[in-house]
Design a protein around this ligand. Structure first.
Ligand code: KIV
Ligand code: ZN
Length: 386
């Protein structure tokens, strides 16, 4: 089994979401939770971006002892010096520096050339190596960067001392097979690739961030950059809980992570509360409906054997137990089950009669609650069944 490093960027890319800005106290508290969750790297912020972020990175660097603490920079000497200063107290400091490598970025953002950007890439890694041995280079918009040029950049930054090379699909453009092929191309065409690991940093503009990251590790990358609840710029980043559970569910891929899966639901709630960003109910793993069954066919199967409709047991990810939700699509077995939970043992015939009454209530409501069931039970059988 090969380990996949989990690089959490909730406090940097996740915090870029409008409305999600955190103060230092909140960032430090979440960083400590991420450390106990078992992530390998915590990207704590972008130190030069504001005095507040500098201070947050400094505080996180001071208190986090096991995980690597990382600070983001542009390919600018002053950014790197400021990040190095903020990370000074870290047990394991990492500088994450880089520059855009796609033709679009090279021309529109930098009015530059491939040759000049290659030099700037080498230069920023050398600067960062003056301060720490752990330097990660990002080739921004690698998703739309020509593979042959990207391979030259990756080779050069590894030679300059980068130990991790991040291949961001910054705009969430790639299809999974394209992203996988990009990583495979780099694995096969960069002569010194054994001196560094490749990292997947995928955005979710087309809803493919998780699929792309998984395609990346299958093709040879060994780090995934992700966030709790998939928070991040625009449509977000690869979701940490999703990749962790995909890796656990598909052991046949031959990977593992050090993340403690039973903490996933709790930390998802903490991030959601602290960042004031609700989690969509149908969100994989941590959404409130992730373990709720509402259609009659599913409920009947689930009540016979949970695995018929659940590939993960809720306790595996620290979620409340599975829910049988009653709607107009629910069936008799679910109704009988919910009555049993309320202390009513009805016969098959009773349930048939009650089911018709239940459907009339259910057609009027989005969800039938315990109060409604108690009312039905009382009207149907005032005392004898309870
Ligand atoms: O999406 C991106 O390219 C980034 C880089 C700064 C790593 O977030
Ligand atoms: Zn990003």
């Amino acid at each position: 089994m090969q380990k996949i490093q989990i690089f959490d960027t909730t406090l940097r890319d996740g915090e870029q979401v409008p409305g999600c800005k955190l103060n230092t106290e909140e960032k430090v508290a979440l960083a400590l939770r991420l450390e106990s969750l078992g992530v390998d790297v915590i990207e704590a912020g972008f130190p030069i971006s504001s005095p507040g972020d500098y201070f947050s990175v400094q505080e996180i660097a001071r208190v986090v002892r096991n995980a690597t603490v990382c600070g983001l920079t542009r390919a600018v000497r002053q950014d790197i010096e400021v990040a190095a200063e903020a990370l000074r107290g870290a047990a394991r400091p990492r500088i994450h520096t880089g520059i855009g490598t796609s033709d679009l970025h090279i021309k529109a953002k930098f009015n530059s050339t491939q040759a000049e950007i290659l030099q700037r890439a080498i230069q920023c890694v050398r600067w960062a190596r003056e301060f720490t041995d752990d330097v990660e280079f990002y080739a921004e918009d690698a998703g739309r960067t020509d593979n042959e040029y990207l391979a030259r950049v990756v080779e050069a930054v590894i030679k300059a001392g980068a130990t991790v090379v991040n291949i961001p699909d910054t705009t969430g453009y790639c299809l999974p097979h394209q992203y996988g092929e990009k990583i495979a191309y780099l694995m096969n065409n960069v002569p010194n690739i054994d001196k560094a690991i490749l990292s997947c940093h995928c955005h979710n503009d087309l809803g493919l961030a998780t699929a792309n990251a998984i395609a990346g590790i299958i093709a040879g990358a060994r780090q995934i950059e992700c966030t709790i609840n998939g928070l991040g710029e625009r449509a977000g980043n690869t979701s940490l809980e999703e990749v962790v559970m995909i890796i656990r569910q598909h052991k046949d891929m031959g990977f593992y992570t050090d993340v403690e899966a039973t903490m996933l639901n709790q930390i998802s709630r903490e991030v959601s509360d602290t960042m004031r960003m609700p989690v969509q109910p149908n969100k994989a793993i941590v959404g409130s409906n992730a373990f709720a069954h509402s259609s009659g066919i599913h409920q009947d199967g689930f009540l016979k054997l949970a695995q018929t409709y659940e590939i993960i047991a809720p306790e595996e990810v620290g979620a409340d137990s599975s829910k049988i939700v009653l709607t107009a699509r629910s069936g008799r077995s679910a109704l009988a089950y919910r009555f049993r939970k309320l202390g009513y043992e009805f016969t098959r015939n009773d349930v048939d009669v009650l089911y018709d009454k239940f459907l009339r209530v259910a057609d009027l409501k989005k969800e039938v609650q315990d109060e409604d069931l108690l009312q039905l039970a009382k009207l149907y059988a005032p005392a004898e069944h309870a």
